[in-house]
Design a protein around this ligand. Structure first.
Ligand SMILES: [Zn+2]
Length: 319
């Protein structure tokens, strides 16, 4: 009997996660590897097709069909055309026709999506935003990403660039952002931004050879360092402002917050929640029941979102 399998890949700045899931939602293969140091598009494509192809031929029984490949990636993605216009984390500053590159290697449907959009779909279908028709997914990690789900559909905007909450302005003064802009939310409130602020403020420790990263700043704040606490409070205030603006603008019923900075630090979520409820328009948090939930699918949210997307596309075709 023929059996469908789906190839799913999440391409991040530091790691690439690849998986195979069958038609009954069983993940039968999962592979995590570091992103190549020089992630040229052709090399990344060759690597992924190799990993997925080998796993498919080794694990799936004869007669199996690889029904589609869903790729999500940190960057500005034109979903309809399968083009990655910009991916600062991968150092891609020119448009990359990622779907065509995969099409040269594989004869199957390929879909390319922004990673936060994919995570939003994953959380709506299988995670913390189930049952919601108006929701947003926000990831706070090295950067700040966001996916929007409005009126029961992923909202991509005119060309796929909607939801770039990390690059709204203006926060702080005179700090460059990876996107090419200045004083984006991400430049002042992401994990990287927190570490960057601390390296400036704790210059003496840097001179002594102490490696200052995001976790170090949180540890210092917990140990009672007022400047470290100040950096974090300021970042969380900026995040709350950004999210409150989003709530005022879109009137969602659910915000799902994921990413390394928030995972395992539930106190942060409480602080963000308080800020959002203070700053958003009153009816949007008092008349509307707004839930602010931790993400449930962790680093696999994007994979599950691409799976949901592939299944939906397959159903569309049957109709
Ligand atoms: Zn930016």
């Amino acid at each position: 009997m023929e059996k469908d399998f789906y190839g799913l890949v999440d391409i991040g700045g530091t790691k690439i996660l690849a998986a195979l899931i069958d038609g009954s939602r069983n993940m039968i293969f999962r592979h995590r590897q570091p992103t190549p140091a020089i992630p040229e598009p052709e090399r990344v494509v060759e690597n992924i097709t190799g990993v997925i192809g080998e796993a498919f031929s080794k694990i799936c029984p004869s007669g199996s069909v690889l029904a589609g490949l869903g790729i999500c990636i940190a960057g500005l993605v034109d979903y309809d055309r399968g083009i990655v216009h910009q991916s600062p984390n991968l150092g891609w500053n020119r448009p990359v026709p990622l779907r065509s590159l995969f099409g040269e290697k594989l004869a199957l449907p390929v879909f390319i999506e922004n990673d936060a959009n994919a995570a939003m779909l994953g959380e709506v279908h299988y995670g913390a935003a189930r049952g919601h028709q108006n929701a947003a997914y926000i990831t706070i990690s090295t950067g700040i990403g966001c996916g929007l789900y409005l009126n029961g559909k992923l909202y991509r905007g005119a060309a796929g660039f909607a939801g770039e909450l990390g690059h709204i302005k203006a926060f702080g003064k005179n700090r460059r952002c990876k996107c090419g802009g200045t004083d984006c939310l991400e430049a002042w409130a992401s994990g990287n931004a927190i570490a960057c602020s601390a390296r400036l403020l704790f210059a003496h420790q840097v001179e002594q050879g102490i490696e200052i990263n995001t976790a170090w700043v949180f540890d210092q704040a917990e140990a009672g360092s007022p400047p470290a606490k100040n950096i974090i409070d300021r970042a969380l205030e900026d995040i709350s402002t950004g999210l409150a603006n989003l709530v005022t603008l879109l009137n969602p019923t659910c915000l799902v917050i994921g990413g390394g900075v928030v995972n395992e630090r539930p106190a942060i979520l409480a602080q963000i929640r308080e800020g959002v409820f203070q700053l958003a328009t009153r009816p949007s948090v008092q008349v509307t029941t707004l839930k602010i939930e931790p993400a449930r699918l962790g680093s696999e949210a994007g994979i599950w979102g691409m799976y949901a997307l592939l299944r939906e596309r397959q159903e569309d075709k049957k109709e």
